[in-house]
Design a binder for this molecule. Structure first.
Ligand code: CTP
Length: 400
């Protein structure tokens, strides 16, 4: 994915500069061409000669150095790049870029650039947490800079906190994800994915829920985003980290999920409902924790929740609607019934009793069913592979 890409790597003066050397080496191994621009402070940590040897290109530091092969170097570098990465990006360069200050070569290249710029902040955690830095980051994100979150851990200054430059391999993975998103085959499509199980409170400490981990829905959201779609992930409670470049709406109950989905529905091209939705909710939610009663049984009356997907099927205009059917028996007939009842364009059916399928595992064994009765059975595969196959089917069916 990085093969033949022209990357300007901005390197600013932090202790993490040594990682940037490895980053250049790894980017070149991936087939990218890298030109390094260093600030004067960065050149105090590692010499430009090191970057020259590793990148195989002249290294630019000063605005006033004798021109090498560029006429107006800052403009030429900005124009040459397919995209830029600044790693490590100190609080100082963030402040300059956020405010349009161009007082050295790197800040001038950043201001002159029309290409996408990925910033990898790295600094002492107190500098990172400082509202000034946080405001600058917010401003930069609003201006369209792509910001990679720093890692948390032990920092060079001896303290622990957020501010560590991610490892070169992580920066490369982030960069690839960004490129995939920019060049993917689902660009321009708005996809809403629901994931994980909803929870219905019984009292302040207990709830009715299910075993869904959210892995299938999160995998669909990740792959859709990597393939260029604009993704909204409406998620019930889950311990998973949401994928990068995805708008996340966190909900708890079925009604909250319904409201979140309906608020976005009109705007969506595709809706994929991987969530395990609680069909019932307690008739009454106790305000205080329910104490153990003296009689043996505790009876909770449950009311029926709305069927979100059925409602979406009724309101459907342009949207391509994909449901999931988790079954323990009569898989095909139950799933086919749900396609009709909910006015779906496709359903992903899985028998959750099969080994390697269903809740809380990394693999799944699914069948795709369509309104015309067509059934496609997939082998056992990872949830990410299921997500790829699912999106391929959606794309093909929409193009029919
Ligand atoms: N679904 C929904 N709202 C509900 C119940 C389910 O939107 N109240 C969606 C799920 O997200 C899934 C599909 O409907 O995409 C099928 O869910 P499933 O639980 O398999 O089926 P149900 O319609 O709930 O029927 P049953 O539980 O009787 O199998």
């Amino acid at each position: 994915m990085l093969k033949g890409k022209k990357i300007v790597l901005g390197v600013t003066g932090g202790i993490a500069v040594y990682k940037a050397v490895d980053l250049v080496s790894k980017l070149r191994k991936e087939g990218a061409e890298v030109r390094v621009v260093m600030t004067e402070s960065a050149a105090k940590f590692v010499t430009p000669l090191t970057f020259k040897e590793i990148s195989g290109n002249a290294v630019a530091v000063s605005m006033w150095a004798e021109a090498q092969e560029f006429n107006v170097e800052h403009i030429a570098l900005a124009d040459w790049a397919d995209f830029m990465v600044v790693a490590p990006a100190t609080a100082n360069i963030l402040a300059k870029a956020a405010n349009g200050i161009a007082d050295d070569l790197l800040s001038t290249v950043l201001l002159a650039s029309k290409t996408p710029i990925i910033l990898c902040p790295a600094m002492n955690c107190q500098m990172y947490d400082n509202p000034i830095t946080q405001n600058n980051l917010k401003k930069l994100a609003d201006y369209g800079f792509i910001i990679m979150q720093p890692g948390t851990g032990r920092l060079a200054c001896g303290t622990s906190g957020k501010g560590r430059l991610p490892e070169p391999a992580e920066i490369i993975a982030f960069t690839k994800n960004f490129i995939a998103h920019k060049e993917g085959d689902l660009q321009g499509l708005k996809i809403l994915v629901t994931a994980a199980g909803t929870r219905e409170p019984i009292d302040p400490v207990r709830f009715v829920g299910n075993r869904s981990s959210g892995k299938m829905g999160y995998a669909v959201a990740q792959v859709a985003s990597e393939r260029g779609a604009d993704v909204v992930l409406v998620s019930g409670p889950s311990s998973l980290i949401p994928p990068a470049n995805v708008e996340v709406v966190n909900v708890e109950t079925t009604r909250e999920m319904m409201n979140a989905v309906l608020a976005k529905y009109d705007d969506m091209d595709i809706v994929i409902k991987a969530a395990a939705v609680a069909d019932y909710c307690p008739h009454e939610v106790a305000e205080q924790k329910i104490k153990k009663a003296t009689d043996d049984a505790l009876k909770i009356v449950l009311d029926k929740n709305p069927d979100i997907l059925k409602k979406l099927g009724e309101l459907k205009t342009k949207q391509f609607l994909v449901g999931f059917a988790a079954e323990t028996q009569n898989l095909l007939s139950n799933a086919a019934e749900k396609i009709k009842k909910k006015n779906l364009d496709m359903i992903v059916a899985n028998d959750v009793t099969v080994a390697g399928a269903g809740f809380n595992c990394d693999t799944n064994v699914v069948k795709f069913l369509f309104p015309n009765g067509e059934v496609k059975s997939l082998e056992k595969m990872s949830k990410l592979e299921v997500a790829q196959a699912l999106l391929n089917e959606v794309k093909a069916a929409r193009n029919k």
